[in-house]
Write a protein that binds this ligand. Structure first.
Ligand code: FES
Length: 264
């Protein structure tokens, strides 16, 4: 990751302003946020400014967005220099971002770097005709189809030095190009034949059918148990045998007392 600085003063434009269409769009974006939270629109506004200005952000655009959102210039500069999606210096009409992270390296990114160096030059250099510039970046999330590059807004994957060279030729000549995998696979499916999920029952519905049967059986069992419990509740409970009533012995104390002459 290179240090991210603003482009030299010599190439900075004196001013920047949204055109009428972008200004109207910016107002609708800002209006999405509650009063006092307009700074939340900084990322989309910077992106739109970059799109309007040949895909790079001059200092004047950063300050323009800051003024529009009532933010300090330094706050917007922090955002613009933090996110690598913002280009701080001019880029080619076709801006190649070449993934140099491990999976792409292991699958031949070094060969693609050589193509860039021989055909475009050093990183950040824009070709004399303005067509190309390139930059090595970190993982772009298409590792399954390594090695790959992003050119402007599109991914080109499963590249070799040859297919990458041809891609650059076609772009420069304005010929149609194929986006995504260059070897014909759909998204990131395995190269060649399937190596996983090969058991047809996993996706033909038969496994789901077996589970459905089991769920139905379990549900039937539960319903039968519930019926049984309900029937048992509805039956009158058998009378309990009456407990014998205890009869208290008659008191005979007085007579006994009388019979005791010692008590008289
Ligand atoms: S490592 Fe290159 S896309 Fe992830």
């Amino acid at each position: 990751m290179a240090v991210r600085r603003l482009a030299p003063e010599a190439i900075q434009p004196a001013s920047f302003a949204f055109d009428a269409e972008n200004l109207a769009w910016a107002k609708t974006v800002i209006a999405r946020y509650p009063e006092g939270r307009q700074a939340s629109a900084v990322i989309p506004l910077l992106w739109r400014a970059q799109e309007q200005h040949q895909y790079w952000l001059p200092k004047a655009a950063i300050e323009y967005v800051a003024d529009m959102l009532g933010m300090a210039y330094i706050r917007v500069l922090e955002v613009a220099t933090f996110y690598t999606m913002y280009n701080l210096e001019p880029v080619g009409r076709f801006f190649v971002q070449l993934c140099g992270t491990t999976p792409c390296r292991l699958r031949g990114a070094d060969d693609l770097v050589k193509v860039c160096e021989s055909r475009i030059g050093d990183q950040r250099h824009v070709t004399a005709n303005g067509d190309f510039s390139w930059l090595e970046v970190e993982c772009l999330g298409a590792c399954c189809n390594a090695p790959m590059v992003q050119i402007n807004n599109d991914y080109y994957e499963d590249l070799t030095a040859e297919s990458f060279g041809k891609l650059l030729d076609d772009l420069a000549a304005g010929r149609p190009v194929k986006k995504g995998s260059q070897i014909g696979r759909t998204t990131s499916e395995p190269v060649g034949e399937l190596t996983s999920l090969t058991d047809a029952s996993l996706y033909d519905g038969s496994v789901v059918g077996a589970w459905r049967k089991r769920f139905d059986e379990e549900a039937a069992k539960a319903a039968a148990a519930a019926d049984q419990a309900q029937a048992a509740e509805a039956k009158p409970a058998p009378q309990e045998a009456a407990a014998p009533i205890a009869v208290a012995p008659k008191r005979t104390r007085k007579k006994a007392d009388k019979a005791d002459p010692a008590k008289d």
